[in-house]
Design a protein around this ligand. Sequence first.
Ligand code: FES
Length: 447
Amino acid sequence: MIVDSKIEEQAKQTALQPGQNQEFDWKQCWYPVCFVQDLPNNRPYSFSLYDEPFVLYRDKDGQLVCLVDRCPHRAAKLSDGQITDGKIECLYHGWQFGSNGQCLHIPQLPTNAKIPTNACVQSFKVVERQGIVWMWAGEREVAVDECIPTIEELDKPEFVTTDVMRDLPYDQFYFIENVMDPAHVQISHTGTLGKREYAQPLEMEVVENSPQAVRGRLRGMSKPNQPWTQLEYIAPNFVIYQYSIPQRGVVGGLGLYSIPLGKGRCRILVRNYLGIKTWKIKLIPRWLDHMFRNKVLEEDMSLVIGQKAQIERLGQSLKQVYLPLKSCDTLVLEYRKWLDKFGSSLPYYQGYSTSKNIGSDDNSSNPMLLDRFSQHTQLCRSCTHAHQVTTRVKQTCVGVAIALAALAILTDAWIQVMAVSASLGAVALAVAATEFKTHFERPYTRH
Ligand code: FES
């Protein structure tokens, strides 16, 4: 059940005033880069925003630094470099840069020579908030920390989260449309999040459509007076579902952050949160939870990839292609209409009847559109570690099996029987480890 007065109050606060600028400025906002726990230790971390490459690293004081990922000398990627004494060093010719992007050392210059003033890299403001790294895309002087779309409940100690990050091979607006569409859950996610027989008519209401947000609520109609769930899109990178069940003392939600990495690709940071500590959250390892969450994501990914291909092939507006239902597609349409009304500054977008710079992207001919290893495992420290351990277990078992087989050949009688049995056991373990390893590598497919 939601607190109705809360969203009405938020709607009043953010409602468009007469004369107010209708344009949403994509540079005047925060972008979620990654979960802090997935940042590598003492290594540069690369990411992109609308195809512009950036590099993150920690300086000597442990503060995060964000620079354009391009050396001013001859354009090598700084993220291919190394961190030396809190400075980032380009590994091509060894130029070193400080936290404001200024060049501090050029090995090829004589000791007393002055470093050229234009030997610098543009830097951007980054902060850590609620376990996420946030980047401000505009001038650092005008960055407003209060505008970070945090989840209020997570500042309370009783709330716990489970977090997963994944890169998707389509634009951010396909992801946001996907998660503004609760009607698909009982069908697409049958067996994981939903059940086909629970699919039902939905009642949806739009409370606000302003430059800052689309706010609404929804509930099932199969039974009377079902509790409302609050659904909000906070422009341009955040969707949140919030619910509370007072009878059971449960308050929780699902935060869905995303960053447009470039044309035809985005990164998502999915955060489930709950106001009670359950044994599940305490005991289930993060990598095990990610197996389930990746499966859920992949259930939709193959469908959205197909949807995107059809839309691009037709080359028409969504208004011409879609046949929306008035009830359960309300919030999807409201988001696409938000893009029509306020999204024209976004480097590319596809609204309901308008779009910008849309066409097939470089991904369209890529056969590896679903690749759990590169899209998740390599980005996630927990899954990378689990994958490495599994690989080592497999290699060790293979080595032990070979050694035991050799021992069996060289010995006789009861030692031979024991060596053969143990070797077969090691082979079985190696096979199990190989099978387990595929959970970090291969995507789920329905067929
Ligand atoms: Fe970076 Fe030369 S390209 S130091």
